[in-house]
Each structure stands twice: as C-alpha cells, then as structure tokens.
Design a protein around this ligand. Structure first.
Ligand code: ADP
Ligand code: MG
Length: 345
C-alpha cells in the first residue's frame, strides 16, 4: 500500500478527508464541522457557538520577536474572532499550555497576563484549561464558547447571488508587520549590535503582534440593523476566505482591486519590500477582519459605517472567482494566488 504525505491533501483537504463521513446525530447540533464555529441549539432559544485554535512555537509564532504578553493576548483574540465571524458574542474560554523547560514561572506569568488582558477587553471569562510539560517549545490551545440569537447567526454557506461583499478595517498590514520583524531578525543575527528602527511602522507591528477581534464590528452591524447573509473572519488571507464564502455558497465572486482597504503604512512598507500592496491584502493573512456579504437593500446602512468597505459582489458560480485589477484585467483568485497574480499582471 502506498502512503500519502499530508501535503498531497493540504490542510483543508485533510480536514475534509477525515471528517467527510461524520453524520451529526444530536438533533441540537445546528452546524458541526466546516464553519468558524460549531452551532448548538440551546433551551433558551439562542445558539451556542464553540471554536478552538492551536498556536505552536516555530509554526505560528517566533519568540525571538513576539513578547509573551502579546502572544497571550493574540491566543484569545484569534479565538474570539471566530465567534465574531458567526456574528456572536464570546463568553468563555479555556486555555491549555504545553511548556518546555526553557520557560520560567515569570515567563508564564507574562503570557498569562496577556490572556487575562484580552479576557477583560473582550468580556470573556477564563473557566479552565490544561497545563503540561512539552518536549520542545510552547504549545497554546484556546477554546471559546459564545452565543448568538437564532435570527442573527452568520454561516459561510448562505451568501446569495448579487450580494455585496464587504470587509471591515484594512488588509495586508499584519503580513507586512511579519515580514518587517523577520527582516530585522535576519539583520540582528548577522549584527547583534543592530537596533531595529520601527518608527512610523507601529501599526504594522501592532497588527502582527497584537491583532484584535472585530467585536466592535459585530456591534456596529447590530446597531445598523444589518444581518450579513454570510460571514467569515480573515485569518488565511482575503483570497482564501473569499473562496470559502463563494464555494460554500455555490457561487462565484468578483473583487475590485481599487476597493481593497489598505493602510498608509502598509502601502509604504509594501513599496519598500517591492511587493504589490494588493497581493499583501489578498494573500497576507492574519488580519482578523470580518469578511461578509449583505443583501443590496442594506447598502445604505453599511455605507454609513466608516469601518466597512464594499469590495465586490457575489456572482453566479459560472463566472468564477475573480479580481478586477486597476488595469481592468480579470485575474483568478487562488488561495495561494501570489504567483498567478504576478504572472498575469
Ligand atoms: P478557522 O480558520 O476559522 O479556525 P479552520 O480552517 O481551521 O477554521 O477549520 C475549518 C473547519 O474544520 C472548522 O469547522 C474546524 O472546526 C474544523 N476542523 C479543523 N480541524 C479539525 C479536526 N482535527 N477535527 C475536526 N474538525 C476540524
Ligand atoms: Mg475563522
């Protein structure tokens, strides 16, 4: 029998492969695997949301430039973000840690202070977890519980043709922040006397090291009386999340490069790195913004909200998944679209 490397399936392929035959058996399960959080019906008529995320040293973070307090904050924020993506309110978290012998009590206290700061900020309670030794490095797992009214829950698979595609905040800065930190790390390794100069780039660093879940956007949508028709949070990059919304909804998607919200610092930094700002926005990831679709009737209500940009619309599946460039070329969106975009533009 020939064995299959995981890389042959990829992350999403592997999850699908492993879970494809799972049939929900509990009638209270409204939605299991496949969205930002699982959705469970409660006796009070509301829906409970459950999600979890794993952060591994060397894979998801590098402690040479990530302060432990920020890391603790981020571990909570990325989980709260998945509850926001369902249009819900986060309520409880558990925190599990694998700690190698290089960590002192003081270091773990520092990490924990970030976790508690995020709990306070998002109004969530730490209600448990697990602590273990680890052979190598730091392992963090947060699970989060939240809730949402039945008539406000937002899935990935419920966008409709002609819906407008919207995103909160701006995109690409977290990726540029990461590139900046990696560059300074390389220089520092060659020359330990080197003092990095991050002036004028604070926003990029903040977006990478201390991302925020857009709980405020969930509240703004509620105030505006808008329930998105579908929603997802931007963890892997705009292109990848657009593909999730479109394919899950059985639709195509059209994005417009000129509409992509990109901060001034991100523009400048992309220029310095000789990267296309739009590519950073499309494929960078870790922005933790909310990407959602709305019915066209809600356009006026959304246009009032400065934090939200309309960046495209849903189409028939036959029109594919495309970005209209500023030069009016249509290019295919790919989860790893960097190369494709470069070749065609
Ligand atoms: P997100 O980026 O929002 O955290 P993921 O892409 O990690 O979501 O996961 C996609 C879906 O697959 C989610 O519903 C998640 O709960 C599910 N999933 C991921 N890994 C596993 C696993 N090992 N077993 C069961 N479900 C999983
Ligand atoms: Mg998510």
């Amino acid at each position: 029998m020939s064995l299959t490397p995981i890389a042959a399936l990829g992350e999403f392929g592997l999850i699908h492969h492993l879970t494809r035959n799972i049939q929900p058996s509990n009638p209270n399960l409204a939605f299991g695997i496949g969205d930002d959080a699982a959705v469970i019906r409660m006796n009070n008529g509301k829906l409970q949301l459950v999600s979890t995320d794993l952060l591994l040293e060397g894979v998801h973070f590098d402690l040479t430039y990530t302060p432990l307090k920020h890391l603790g904050y981020k571990a909570v924020a990325v989980n709260v973000s998945d509850i926001c993506a369902m249009n819900g309110q986060a309520q409880y978290i558990t925190l599990s840690m694998g700690l190698s012998s290089k960590f002192t009590v003081e270091a773990v206290e520092e990490l924990f202070s970030g976790v508690l700061a995020a709990c306070k900020y998002y109004g969530v309670e730490l209600v448990g977890g697990d602590t273990s030794s680890s052979l190598q490095g730091l392992i963090l797992n947060v699970a989060v519980w939240g809730e949402v009214e039945e008539n406000r829950v937002c899935y990935r698979h419920t966008a409709k043709n002609h819906d407008l595609l919207c995103v909160s905040g701006d995109l690409g800065a977290a990726y540029l922040g990461l590139n900046l930190l990696e560059r300074e790390k390389r220089i520092f390794k060659e020359n330990p006397d080197f003092k990095p100069d991050f002036e004028g780039r604070d926003y990029l660093l903040q977006r990478q090291l201390k991302p925020d879940a857009r709980m405020d956007v969930v509240a703004l949508l509620a105030e505006a009386g808008v329930v998105p028709t579908a929603m997802i949070d931007v963890s892997d990059g705009l292109a990848s999340e657009c593909l999730h919304l479109a394919t899950r909804s059985g639709l195509g998607v059209r994005l417009y490069e000129e509409k992509l919200p990109i901060s001034e610092q991100a523009w400048k930094q992309a220029g310095e790195f000789k990267l296309e700002p739009a590519i950073c926005a499309l494929n960078g990831g870790e922005d933790y913004e909310l990407l959602f679709t709305i019915n066209q009737k809600d356009y006026e209500a959304i246009a009032q909200i400065a934090e939200i940009s309309v960046i495209g619309h849903m189409t028939d599946a036959s029109e594919g998944y495309r970005l209209m460039t500023k030069g009016e070329q249509l290019i295919d969106l790919e989860a790893q679209g960097w190369q494709a975009f470069k070749a065609q533009s």
